[in-house]
Design a protein around this ligand. Structure first.
Ligand SMILES: NC(=O)c1ccc[n+]([C@@H]2O[C@H](COP(=O)([O-])OP(=O)(O)OC[C@H]3O[C@@H](n4cnc5c(N)ncnc54)[C@H](O)[C@@H]3O)[C@@H](O)[C@H]2O)c1
Ligand SMILES: O=C/C=C/C=C(\O)C(=O)O
Length: 506
């Protein structure tokens, strides 16, 4: 049952109730209005399984309404704004997000259970920065121009003109919901597009809250729309199949990317994909051991291993292998599991019981394949209501061959396999022997080694003596099955705009 705009004005509160206590609803946001459907699914808190909200699943009707609203908005006040006005309003969005920092943190914690400091210092501020950086950048990007000699001895002038691509579908995962959604919405809007966001069914809250922000700062109706639901036979599929969508930007699993690519093939619509990974972490014997252990602890376990850039395959040069494993074990065992706002907590739960079952199946597989369990390997003992959460132990294995599923497949949990290597050539070959190519982190005391490794590794992003250190002006994306295209800085223009060449005979 769709609630009409007229009924909504009576039925729906001025603010969406995402932050109200349990049993509140998360609504779709279409053409500046909250839209309920009566088809509700539960959004639960992974720390204890409690109900966060009931979410209105969008069907074809709501998706179609969102597409029509987004198309109309391209021709309305939004489409007529000057670049300056558009950039100013995106700064207003960022300011309002930071003013409501506590609300965004709370929404993100309820959906994901991530430690509060992570949402406070990474997820939410990066969400705001994703609007500022692209607003500032696109205001100042030149287009190319060439003078051409013509056959008759004259000249012609060529210049580039960029225009928005149109209606952009933004399909998002659950691991860093606000950060990853705004990473797409920021540049899409800065380029003058309109968007329809399909947040993950696991994490609907911050996208809904952002709708309030958009409305409160005066983003015209139809520019930012949210449709809730699942993938196949639900809002995700309906949106990506919709002929009125001019481009699909997606972050998520490689298999889902394949399904979306098939949907986008109809009508030859472009895609921008940030997909899965099985990223190597490589530690040379000359590395600063303290920094390398701290870095790999973050890259393997931060956000309970639910970071696409995380490292589940660690290669350590043989002379320091035993010392490194002992130090990493101590560091993993010092992580503190618990609810987001408990002081000292560094690790939250996995996103859901379903995802925990998947990760635990890999923990079982590691044992079957004869891995040495250095630490972890199971479910931690939690107290009170937390026993109903999707908690899992950070886990380190050694002793598996490179052919093992654990070393080849993305687990997306707080775990890594550590293996010794002898030479640079060997580790490059082993690191590259994967279908994925998202990121790598290399730890070495010799910067020349670092540069050689960066050039030799088949990845879109290579960190040397660092990890997840981001400058939003740089290219971001994966090679091989980890993605299609690059976003970040001016690279985002390639997907979010159409570039037209104008040739003028002089
Ligand atoms: N490369 C990157 O930058 C990056 C960043 C974050 C996460 N990831 C990847 O995301 C995955 C974890 O996220 P996830 O489990 O939410 O991913 P997922 O692919 O299961 O879901 C992502 C989104 O796609 C939707 N979806 C699912 N099937 C669909 C379909 N057939 N059509 C349209 N939409 C569909 C889901 O509802 C969700 O909103 C991991 O593989 C991780 O590596 C990659
Ligand atoms: O989980 C994946 C993290 C991706 C990070 C970004 O997209 C980013 O930092 O822009």
């Amino acid at each position: 049952m769709t609630v009409t705009a007229h009924e909504q004005s009576k039925a729906v509160p001025a603010r969406s109730p995402v932050l109200a206590p349990a049993l509140s609803d998360a609504w779709n946001f279409i053409d500046g209005e909250w839209v309920g459907t009566g088809r509700l699914f539960d959004n639960t808190n992974p720390i204890d399984g409690s109900l966060v909200s009931r979410v209105h699943e969008a069907g074809r009707v709501e998706v179609d309404a969102a597409v029509k609203a987004a198309q109309a908005a391209l021709k309305g006040p939004w489409g007529r704004m000057t670049v300056e006005q558009r950039c100013k309003i995106l700064h207003d969005v960022a300011d309002e997000m930071m003013r409501r920092h506590a609300d965004f943190v709370k929404a993100e914690l309820l959906d994901t259970g991530m430690p509060a400091y992570f949402a406070q210092h990474v997820d939410v501020p990066r969400g705001a920065a994703n609007f500022r950086i692209f607003a500032d950048l696109f205001r100042n990007v030149p287009t190319e121009s060439f003078v051409t000699d013509t056959h008759d001895g004259g000249k012609a002038m060529n210049y580039g003109l960029r225009s928005p691509r149109g209606v952009i579908a933004v399909v998002c995962p659950w691991n860093l919901p606000l950060l990853l959604m705004t990473w797409k919405v920021g540049p899409a809007l800065a380029c003058g597009n309109t968007v329809i966001v399909k947040p993950s069914e696991e994490t609907p809250s911050t996208a809904t809250l952002l709708a309030e922000v958009m409305r409160d700062v005066g983003v015209p109706k139809g520019v930012y729309n949210v449709v809730h639901g699942f993938g196949p036979e639900s809002a995700g599929a309906f949106l990506t199949e919709h002929p009125g969508v001019n481009g699909v930007t997606f972050t998520g699993e490689t298999g889902t990317g394949e399904a979306i690519m098939r949907a986008a093939a109809k009508g030859v619509r472009p895609v921008s994909f940030e997909l899965g990974g099985k990223n190597p972490g490589i530690v040379f014997a000359d590395a600063d051991l303290d920094k390398a252990v701290a870095g790999i602890t973050r890259s393997a376990f931060q956000n309970t291993g639910q970071v696409c850039l995380g490292t589940e395959r660690i290669y350590v040069q043989r002379p320091i292998f035993d010392a490194f494993v002992a130090r990493l074990k101590a560091s993993a065992e010092a992580l503190v599991l618990g609810p987001p706002e408990t002081p000292g907590v560094t690790l939250g739960p996995l996103i859901s019981q379903e995802h925990r079952n998947k990760v635990l199946s890999y923990y079982a597989k590691a044992r079957e394949e004869g891995a040495t369990v250095v630490t972890g390997g199971g479910i931690p003992v939690m107290e009170g209501d937390l026993v109903n959460g999707s908690w899992i132990e950070p886990t380190i294995w050694t002793g598996l061959p490179d052919s093992s599923a654990l070393v080849r497949e993305e687990v997306f949990g707080p775990c890594c396999h550590v293996s010794p290597f002898d030479t640079e050539e060997e580790v490059v070959e082993r690191a590259n022997a994967t279908a994925y190519g998202l990121a790598a982190t290399v730890w070495t005391g010799d910067i020349s080694t670092g540069h050689r490794m960066a050039a030799a590794l088949d990845v879109g992003i290579c960190w040397i003596n660092s990890w997840f250190l981001r400058d939003l002006r740089t290219a971001f994306g994966g090679s091989k099955q980890s993605g299609i295209g690059r976003e970040g800085g001016v690279h985002s223009l390639e997907f979010y705009t159409e570039l037209k060449n104008v040739c003028v005979a002089l």
